[in-house]
Design a protein around this ligand. Structure first.
Ligand code: CA
Length: 246
């Protein structure tokens, strides 16, 4: 199977700058998004540093020709390398103190029969298969933990004042726990990686509607960004769309 991917990132309508970052590296099979946080320009620095370090680390590991076992290990190692890079940059510069980022990545194997997923934070990965949208990641947020413990309903969580408080981020601590998974793929599947500037504004049903419609990956990503801006664009918006061909 072939795959095509494209991403759009947008400042949105209310933020002064864009602290999201995304990167597609076909040669590595890599698609990655990040949503940085920190004062001044630190959020932008953290997200950029993290996506670049993931790519550099996968390249050093020879991901393109790695066995399944080595490749999955290399993706986890790349996340730990990104964590180290952001944490060390924050320690070295007072302006960057406390900066961190979400980080969500997939690596597509040659032939695209499966993807490896790694994830930290509240950006998300979704899979659309035959019109059904499945979320592949769990938000690492305080409100998500409260929902899982039955202390908050999903509806309460969405509007909670602490909705954006992360329980895990890349770079804020010397070590980080990384979620990972293997995602088997089928012809016609669509993968989406996105930041919360999309999912806080555009509901899953509307996302599924756009991704089901077909068209080039770039058109779908642009349409998702536009929907978030039509919803007020309160935050930076990033959408990376991967279409798995026949
Ligand atoms: Ca955000």
């Amino acid at each position: 199977m072939e795959w095509t991917a494209a991403a759009r990132t947008d400042t949105g309508l209310r933020r002064p700058g864009n602290e999201d970052a995304c990167l597609i590296r076909r040669d590595l099979g890599l698609v990655v998004v990040a949503d940085g946080m920190g004062g001044h320009a630190a959020g932008e620095v953290a997200s950029r540093l993290a996506v670049d370090e993931v790519a550099a680390s996968l390249e050093r590991a020879g991901i393109a020709t790695a066995t399944a076992e080595d490749g999955r290990r290399a993706l986890l190692a790349a996340f730990l390398a990104a964590n180290r890079a952001v944490h060390e940059a924050a320690a070295a510069n007072p302006e960057y103190r406390g900066m961190g980022t979400t980080l969500t990545a997939v690596v597509l194997r040659p032939g695209a029969r499966e993807a490896w997923l790694a994830h930290v934070g509240d950006s998300r990965a979704y899979l659309l298969r035959r019109g059904r949208l499945v979320r592949l990641t769990r938000d690492h947020t305080w409100v998500q933990e409260q929902v899982e413990r039955g202390h908050l309903s999903p509806r309460e969580a969405r509007t909670h004042p602490a909705a954006s408080v992360l329980t895990r981020a890349v770079g804020t601590l010397p070590e980080v726990a990384v979620d990972d998974a293997v995602v088997p793929l089928a012809p016609g599947d669509v993968l989406l990686l996105c930041t919360d500037g999309l999912t806080n504004v555009v509901r899953d049903r509307a996302i599924a509607g756009v991704l089901s419609r077909g068209g080039h990956a770039g058109e779908l990503a642009a349409e998702l960004v536009e929907l978030a801006n039509r919803g007020g664009g309160p935050d930076n918006i990033t959408a990376a769309v991967i279409r798995i061909g026949p």
